[in-house]
Design a binder for this molecule. Structure first.
Ligand code: SAM
Length: 298
């Protein structure tokens, strides 16, 4: 990271955009103080792409920052003063991750920030967008581990006859996502709740589409979650999944070694794979592969 270069390049952008995108400008300017560098460490990985973004994309940034402030019920000032989650230990224990990370106000906000320009997040959204034409009018979806609710809102915005349910383990994510859906005026077609993907409270064969994006690796046994996702999917229904490979974060309780291991899991549970993409992403700490799959329940 070369902060002086970023700062001068950003400063030039700030000057141009202060009048049009006050939230975004305020937000990015403040990023360079010490607190924000730590708080938004995920964003730091986005600066390379962010700095090069065309002028029209500043509107996208501004919209997302506005969404975050509204959904997180937080002002820019409070955002920067937000208490950080206690450092996770290397225990990789579900309850620890839940209490120290998921159940913090910080968590949905940091996940939401990824949708500004973090390439893997944009790729997940693009993969879903590419396959939404599989779904007919009045389709019912379920978003497993909806996090900040960005993907739930995105799906509902594509067709006014669609409905979405969803579960997440985090109370903070639920509140954040529900507010986002209200802001996007799609909340009447949604029913999000607290739940665990290892044991879903929906009957068998309920949904036309199930989304399990970057969540199965958050449980120690991804197969349990995958079988639950399949159980609630109607026969002939589509499952959209995204799973990282070789990304051993502390909240990832299962590490996939290769795309082949991911594929083997889908095949083992009997899914019929229609599209499987892999993309390599660079992080500060090295590279990792993300896998994206569209499959059907026979
Ligand atoms: C990396 S985020 C992904 C959020 C969202 N799917 C997206 O792609 O924007 C993982 C989410 O899974 C949730 N989660 C983790 N374990 C879970 C479990 N056992 N049951 C339900 N949700 C869980 C977390 O609270 C978090 O919101």
């Amino acid at each position: 990271m070369y902060y002086p270069e970023f700062e001068s390049a950003f400063e030039a952008q700030f000057q141009k955009h202060t009048a049009s995108y006050p939230h975004a400008v305020e937000y990015h300017r403040a990023r360079f103080n010490q607190t924000i560098q730590y708080l938004l460490s995920s964003i730091l990985e986005q600066t390379d792409t962010l700095i090069q973004q065309s002028e029209t994309k500043w509107a996208h940034t501004e919209e997302i920052v506005g969404d975050i402030l509204y959904s997180g019920e937080i002002t820019v000032e409070q955002l920067f003063a937000l208490e950080l989650p206690t450092q996770l230990t290397a225990d990789r224990d579900f309850e620890t991750v839940k209490t120290k990370l998921y159940e913090t106000k910080y968590y949905p906000i940091s996940e939401h920030l990824n949708y500004i320009s973090f390439p893997p997040a944009l790729e997940r959204k693009a993969f879903i967008g590419k396959h939404l034409n599989c779904f007919k009018e009045k389709s019912h979806f379920c978003d497993l581990g909806f996090g900040p609710g960005v993907l739930t809102a995105f799906i509902l915005q594509q067709d006014s006859s669609w409905q979405t349910k969803g579960v997440d383990i985090s109370q903070y994510c639920l509140q954040h996502a529900q507010r986002l859906l209200r802001k996007k005026e799609v909340s009447e077609r949604s029913a999000l709740s607290i739940g665990d993907i290892r044991s879903l409270h929906y009957p068998d064969d309920t949904f036309d589409g199930v989304i399990a994006v970057e969540v199965l690796e958050h449980i120690p046994d991804p197969e349990t979650g995958l079988l639950e996702a399949m159980r609630v999917l109607k026969p002939g229904g589509y499952l959209i999944t995204a799973l990282p490979v070789q990304l051993p974060l502390l909240m990832h309780l299962y590490d996939f070694d290769s795309p082949d291991e991911v594929l083997a899991l889908y095949e083992k549970v009997g899914l019929k794979i229609i599209d499987f993409e892999t993309k390599k992403f660079q992080r500060q700490s090295g590279s990792f592969i993300d896998t994206f799959a569209l499959s059907v329940k026979p």
